[in-house]
Design a protein around this ligand. Structure first.
Ligand SMILES: Nc1ncnc2c1ncn2[C@@H]1O[C@H](COP(=O)(O)OP(=O)(O)OP(=O)(O)O)[C@@H](O)[C@H]1O
Ligand SMILES: Cc1ncc(CO)c(N)n1
Length: 278
């Protein structure tokens, strides 16, 4: 029987739609996957930064997970912002029980530099969630925190990817190069092999939600049955297009363009019309 590919995001919110579950749901849709979302924290943020954060009570997170898994079966799950030890434990318990392919985006700070995770949570991210990951997708800072070593070259990034898999137990690891200089090169270690995904760096500050979007695309591709290397390859193309054609939204670090692989800018932008009705 043919099934509709379904992907679930377990993450925080962004009312301006650039990061968190909002970015994930847009990405799932653009990647031809039915999107679902469990909210872990309500974050009052915009392109300029984080204003307030309220964590959803753990009982309500468990209830949302029950609502999803007692009714449907996502073929892939991605996690984003999981800010407290209790939240990590409740999500890890569920993933362990369901044995569903898992993309872990170990969100620790927002693009704006604001912290999104309590410190003791980092340890649980490493010891409980990472071993359940089909793929973990840290940026430079997150990879450094997870392995406890600094990373300043591609060779060290490669070593970090191997460390995440062989020492810490992730299924595979993608160490992202967004925060290095030069080309945006991401290194995947999967099945004892290294893969390089490189794209020219776009000179832009519109990179709010790049990590969320990339990891959601990988989850969507896994839900559609791709192997890990192909899922990352297509997702890298998706994020590269989304970054290279920014929308100019917001006063700060703006969102990426989730339409970019489908619509040209001429098709997307419309004449603004004034609404005069009541
Ligand atoms: N300026 C850029 N030009 C091209 N690609 C980029 C640029 N910045 C980031 N990328 C790519 O975007 C993807 C996300 O990487 P990045 O390191 O920005 O993630 P992140 O820091 O987790 O994102 P977030 O800002 O959402 O936390 C990677 O594939 C990376 O190579
Ligand atoms: C909710 C949320 N998750 C992740 C990020 C990282 O971009 C963010 N800014 N907000």
């Amino acid at each position: 029987m043919k099934e509709v590919p379904m992907a679930l995001s377990i993450a925080g919110t962004d009312p301006t739609g650039g990061a968190g579950i909002h970015a994930d749901l847009k990405t799932f849709q653009e990647c031809d996957t039915y999107g679902m979302a469990v909210v872990t924290s309500v974050v009052s943020q915009n392109t300029e930064g984080v204003r307030d954060v309220w964590h959803v009570p753990v009982e309500l997170i468990k209830s949302q997970l029950n609502a999803v898994f007692e009714d449907t079966r996502p073929q892939a799950v991605k996690t984003g912002m999981l800010a407290t030890p209790e939240i990590i434990n409740s999500v890890a318990d569920r993933i362990e029980a369901e044995k569903v392919p898992l993309v872990v985006d170990p969100v620790m700070v927002a693009t704006s530099g604001d912290s999104l995770m309590e410190e003791e949570t980092e340890k649980l991210m490493r010891t409980r969630l990472l071993p359940l990951a089909t793929i973990i997708t840290p940026n430079k800072d997150e990879a450094e925190k997870l392995i406890g070593q600094s990373i300043s070259s591609l060779t060290e990034a490669k070593e970090a990817a191997r460390h995440l898999v062989e020492e810490l137990g992730a299924g595979s690891a993608l160490v992202k190069g967004g925060h290095f200089s030069g080309d945006a090169t991401d290194i995947l270690y999967a099945g004892n092999e290294f893969y390089y995904f490189s794209a020219p760096r776009t000179e832009t500050n519109h990179t709010h939600g790049t990590g969320c979007t990339l990891s959601a695309a990988i989850a969507a591709k896994l839900a559609r049955g791709y192997n890990i290397a192909d899922a990352v390859d297509e997702s890298k193309q998706f994020i590269t297009e989304a970054i290279s054609q920014p929308l100019g939204i917001g006063k700060g670090n703006g969102p990426v363009n989730h339409f970019a692989s489908r619509l040209t800018r001429d098709e997307l932008f419309v004449e603004r019309r004034m609404y005069h009705g009541k």
